[in-house]
Design a protein around this ligand. Structure first.
Ligand code: BGC
Length: 749
């Protein structure tokens, strides 16, 4: 019944849209005929200059006077980088009360993993495999940011990242398309909320598209993705987020196969608008229109403005290309005014939906009350707990507080309140951060000895006598290592992914002191930590965990909370393996075991090395596969069975299995289902994640579970350039990571 009413509603919208000359398809952002009428009425009153003004976004720069006159004269549609509620109100007052048509501004900001209360970086959020929790965090970010007048965030970043050298791997959900899509939808729902009230913050899915495939992991570099790779790997998270109702989208900096995204009509107009029917707003990345000149794709600002508008871009972030040239381009006939109208409609539609016309101002007095609210800090702590991944444990964890009297805390990240916030923490204040040192001191007064060993992650030191002496006197050593916030994120790519400075030497010295050593790595990417594993009894990996990282890590180390995070990206043994990801295509030489360099005897010349796809010196596998993570308990999978041997293309694969908690602690397992399509019209990935869920079990408890995978989810873009499920044989694994388990087989008819 509900569905019928919804369908009826969509038909009404479609008919109304057709009547206004727009394509007769359902809105992806939930506009209504009434919203459209409002937009049209406004548009009818606008001069060409005022329309182009809406397409201009400027960075506020901390003073209203910088842009007061431009806002008053209708030359600005949106500002970014202003978070002071007083100044935002002043900007809005000028827009609403002093500009001719009183159109409010859309105020944008990079609220990426929290506003004031900072959550783990998105790579950490993904490690939780918990979309509901991620949605809750995004909602909290929206509550805090909108209270200060920010109604648009440039998040979520949906770039698939298969190369940890790329600094921006920190900002996304890692290497997997399915996980990325689920996280993206969750963030869109969280930011935008379920109703258009004053806490709704427009999401901006970015960077469209392929940006994470930057050559060599060097930020801003070229990508060479085929249409099929785009459609099978890079586009699905965007499509999912569009379906989830994302109001806006940002084009990317990279050129793909020679075409910069901001001038790429094929991806913006043909796919995003044409195929997916997106009727939200498309903004450029910061000066990405201007950068098309540096790319050598356009000669000057006029030319790149023309390329961007023709590609289907609605708003220019900081190139000033539209505001400077569009009017003339329309007068000269190079751009049709109808195209300008379409862009302005996309912008106004978002402003109307957000209720900016009714509520342009924020209550300055109330803005402070929601920041760092106790329930926000609590959610940030829970999220940091769920996003930490236990990579090694020889039994030292969890620590028993009653048996460790003196605790040595050491390492450059033990008390780095700014750095544990991670890469995009514009508004998180380090004064509110609780570091591991602070949390441990509070929990164990008088029992914590702090000897940092290294002042920062890059410091080099020959000897660690002071730390080693302290380690000898302690019962346990907690070493907090990793990389500062500044070493990951935009423009911060690295060619060497080992722990920097003398951190590995510090860990080795601590191990030699003979006391149990627990290493915690806080970083923006999966570092190459293989050489460090022998030097610690346990290793906990916390992608920069945010404001409440300290208490979260203390809770994990002392066993109040059992680790449940899983790696959202493969951990490499050495950087030379990059890119290495679990869902690579099947090669003609499937890997069958290896002979490594060390195995080669004197007759190496005659020895067959297996002739498969691997490295002689590092083999074929990563250090830790995608989806991996330990717990303080253990889980066993058994009795995997399918309800049928073959399925119709519109069917649902139902797999039942038993999950048992075989250890002595209650714990949560991230159950993962992977599928392989054995024969396709193109070569297919060895495995693809198609489902995951978190399941909590008591010690000794077993539960029969059923995973349902719609056969439609097995569709892909094949040789004929269409997306469909190809009939044939498949395998299905249900396991605790991407490298475990035995498959069952099924057919699709
Ligand atoms: C980044 C975007 C960001 C924008 C606005 C750019 O440099 O690539 O991700 O949203 O700046 O700050």
């Amino acid at each position: 019944m509900k569905k019928t009413i919804r369908n009826l509603f969509l038909v009404v919208i479609a008919v109304a849209a057709a009547a206004c000359g727009r394509p007769s398809r359902p809105s992806t952002i939930g506009t209504t005929p009434e919203v459209e009428r409002r937009v049209d009425r406004l548009l009818a009153q606008m001069t060409l200059a005022e329309k182009i003004g809406q397409m201009n976004q400027v960075s506020a720069g901390g003073a209203v006077s910088n842009y007061a006159e431009s806002v008053r004269s209708g030359q600005v549609g949106s500002i970014l980088n202003e978070v002071d509620p007083v100044r935002i109100n002043e900007f809005q007052r000028i827009a609403v009360e002093e500009s001719r048509l009183g159109i409010p501004l859309l105020v944008g900001r990079d609220v990426i993993h929290g506003f004031h209360t900072v959550f783990p970086i998105p790579l950490g959020l993904a490690a939780s495999f918990d979309p509901a929790l991620v949605e809750e965090g995004a909602r909290i970010a929206a509550l805090e940011a909108t209270a200060q007048g920010v109604r648009w965030t440039f998040s979520p970043m949906l770039d698939i990242a298969r190369d940890p050298r790329w600094g921006r791997i920190a900002e996304g959900s890692g290497e997997d398309t399915w996980l990325d899509a689920r996280m993206g939808e969750a963030m869109v729902r969280g930011y935008q909320g379920t109703q258009w009230d004053t806490t709704a913050m427009a999401a901006c899915i970015k960077h469209f598209v392929g940006y994470g495939a930057a050559e060599g992991g060097r930020d801003y570099n070229s990508t060479f993705l085929t249409e099929r790779q785009l459609r099978n790997i890079y586009l699905p998270p965007f499509e999912a987020a569009v379906k989830a109702g994302a109001l806006t989208l940002m084009t990317s900096f990279n050129d793909n196969d020679g075409v910069p995204s901001t001038g790429n009509k094929f991806v913006v107009k043909d796919i995003l608008r044409g195929e997916w029917g997106f009727d939200g707003l498309v903004v450029t990345d910061w000066n990405s229109m201007g950068e098309m000149i540096s790319h050598g794709y356009g000669a000057d600002r006029r030319e790149v403005a023309l390329q961007a508008v023709r590609a289907g871009v609605d708003m220019d972030m900081m190139t000033f290309g539209f505001i400077s040239h569009l009017e003339e381009l329309v007068h000269s006939g190079a751009v049709r005014e109808a195209d300008i109208d379409a862009a302005v409609r996309n912008i106004l539609r978002v402003k109307v939906l957000l209720g900016l016309f009714e509520h342009p101002y924020v209550d300055v007095a109330a803005a402070g009350a929601v920041q760092y609210a106790p329930e926000h800090l609590d959610a940030a702590r829970r999220t940091a707990e769920e996003s930490a991944v236990l990579l090694k444990n020889d039994g030292v964890l969890p620590l028993d507080a009653s048996r460790v009297r003196t605790i040595l805390v050491t390492g450059p990240l033990a008390d780095a309140p700014h750095d544990q916030l991670g890469t995009w923490a514009f508004d998180g204040q380090k004064e509110h951060t609780v570091t591991p040192l602070a949390a441990l001191r509070e929990r164990f007064p008088g029992r914590v000895v702090y000897v940092p060993g290294l002042e920062n992650s890059r410091q080099k030191r020959e000897r660690f006598d002071d730390v080693v002496a302290a380690a000898r006197r302690a019962d346990v050593v907690l070493a907090f290592l990793g990389e500062e916030a500044i070493l990951s994120g935009e423009a911060h790519s690295l060619a060497d992914l080992n722990l920097k400075g003398s951190q590995s030497e510090l860990l080795a010295a601590l191990k030699a002191a003979g006391k149990p050593v627990v290493a915690t790595v806080m970083a923006g990417r999966p570092l190459t930590i293989e050489r460090d594993l022998p030097n610690c009894g346990a290793l906990l990996y916390a992608f920069h965990p945010g404001t409440m990282g300290g208490p979260a890590l203390a809770n994990l180390i002392f066993g109040d909370v059992v680790p449940s995070g899983k790696t959202p990206v493969s951990f490499l043994r050495t950087v030379g393996q990059a890119p290495l990801y679990y869902n690579h295509n099947m090669t003609g030489r499937p890997y069958q075991g290896e002979m490594l360099l060390d195995d080669i005897g004197p007759e190496a010349g005659q020895t067959s090395l297996g002739n498969t796809s691997y490295y002689l010196d590092y083999g074929a596998y990563p250090l830790f596969p995608f989806g991996y993570g330990l717990s303080y308990t253990s889980f066993a999978y058994s009795d995997l069975a399918l309800d049928k041997a073959s399925y119709a293309r519109d069917g649902v694969v139902r797999a039942s299995f038993t999950l048992s908690n075989t250890g002595s602690r209650e714990g949560t397992e991230v159950v993962q289902a992977y599928v392989r399509d054995l024969v396709g019209s193109i070569t297919r990935p060895v495995k693809e994640l198609k489902h995951f869920e978190r399941v909590s079990l008591k010690p000794g408890e077993s539960r029969q579970l059923t995973v349902e995978i719609p056969v439609a989810d097995l569709a892909f873009w094949g040789a004929d350039g269409t997306k469909k499920v190809e009939p044939g044989d498949f395998q299905l694994w249900i396991a605790g990571d991407s490298a475990s388990g035995e498959p069952v087989s099924f057919r699709v008819e």
